[in-house]
Design a binder for this molecule. Structure first.
Ligand code: F6P
Length: 326
């Protein structure tokens, strides 16, 4: 019989489509297993200020299809301090919360790991980030939706690029990871994909774009992941500009549109599976770990491993993109 009777749930860091589906899943799984569930607002800041509210099955009605997070999110500076974490712990004790489910990315799990070890407090994490940069899960909640949003934008840019003989540099999010760029770039037929994991010199990029120029391709799209050593889309465009005089060069930064919108079918199912696995995992004694799905199987990976192990871009994807862009 589990000693966990009351679970707190929060979302932290950058929001991601599917976070609401994850909250709903945690809430309904708790109720299914006769546990109380407490929503904590504004990420770890809410833990520190005691911004808590009880959630019922109906509190999470009609949120499955909504982007953002009903619990709101924050990147808490105070939770980085011992004093902040002490206040958070006191509030958890006062509210008689036995365990936490935190939904977020590597910053969220870093906080969870420190706090969990400091106070021997049971915590499981759900990977909620569009960046897909966490080891221990094939995909993170929000990644599928974000790549589809990016793809939709790329498709629209292609229409106008074609009509004007333009070379477009489209910058996508991902912080230090190129997952969004690679997936949306392949699906969007990019002539080149520039990612942080692979330094691409100006000469290499020119060589990639040259065949298109020689064969009088009407347009060329280059997808650039933010945060790369090769520079931003604007910087790369600047370096390439005069090498391709028959194209007009344009830059589009997709930005935060990639974080919003209704989650895809895939993200809703992923979030629902992971939320249930978090509640069942806590009951089985799992803690200090991230819930992931690898090869369609639920897996619990220690926070340290999930954060610190590099999740590599599949070399097959890069090979595919190269061959398809000739
Ligand atoms: O981690 C998610 C993410 O959207 C990154 O892709 C991006 O670099 C960052 O967050 C943007 O953060 P903010 O919303 O604080 O500008």
């Amino acid at each position: 019989m589990s000693t966990i009777k009351k679970i707190g749930v929060l979302t932290s860091g950058g929001d991601a489509p599917g976070m609401n589906a994850a909250i709903r899943s945690v809430v309904r799984a708790c109720i299914y297993y006769s546990k109380e569930v407490i929503g904590i607002y504004n990420g770890y800041d809410g833990l520190i200020t005691g911004d808590f509210g009880a959630l019922e099955a109906r509190s999470v009605a009609n949120i499955l299809h909504r982007g953002g997070t009903i619990l709101k999110s924050a990147r808490s500076e105070e939770f980085r301090t011992e004093e902040g974490r002490k206040k958070a712990h006191q509030n958890l004790l006062e509210a008689e919360i036995d365990a936490l489910v935190v939904i977020g990315g590597d910053g969220t799990f870093t906080g969870a790991r420190i706090f969990g070890e400091e106070y021997a407090f049971p915590i499981l994490g759900l990977p909620g980030t569009i960046d897909n940069d966490l080891y221990g899960t094939d995909t993170t909640i929000g990644y599928d939706t974000a790549t589809n949003t990016a793809l939709h934008a790329i498709d629209m840019i292609r229409d106008t690029a074609m009509s004007h003989n333009r070379l477009f540099f489209i910058e996508v999010m991902g912080r230090d990871a190129g997952f969004i760029a690679v997936r949306s770039g392949i699906a969007g037929g990019a002539a080149a994909i520039v990612i942080p994991e692979e330094k691409m010199s100006t000469d290499e990029l020119i060589a990639k774009l040259q065949p298109g120029r020689d064969s009088k391709k009407a347009s060329n799209l280059v997808v650039v992941a933010e945060g790369g050593k090769s520079g931003s889309a604007a910087e790369i465009a600047e370096q390439i500009n005069d090498k391709f005089p028959h194209y007009e060069t344009k830059v589009t930064i997709l930005g935060h549109i990639q974080r919003g919108g209704s989650p895809s079918c895939y993200d809703r199912v992923l979030a629902s599976r992971m939320g249930l696995a978090a509640v069942e995992g806590l009951d089985q004694g799992e803690q200090g770990k991230m819930v992931g799905i690898v090869h369609n199987q639920i897996l619990y990976t220690p926070f340290k491993t999930a954060i610190e192990t590099e999740k590599a871009i599949n070399p097959e994807s890069l090979r595919l993109s190269k061959i398809m862009s000739i």
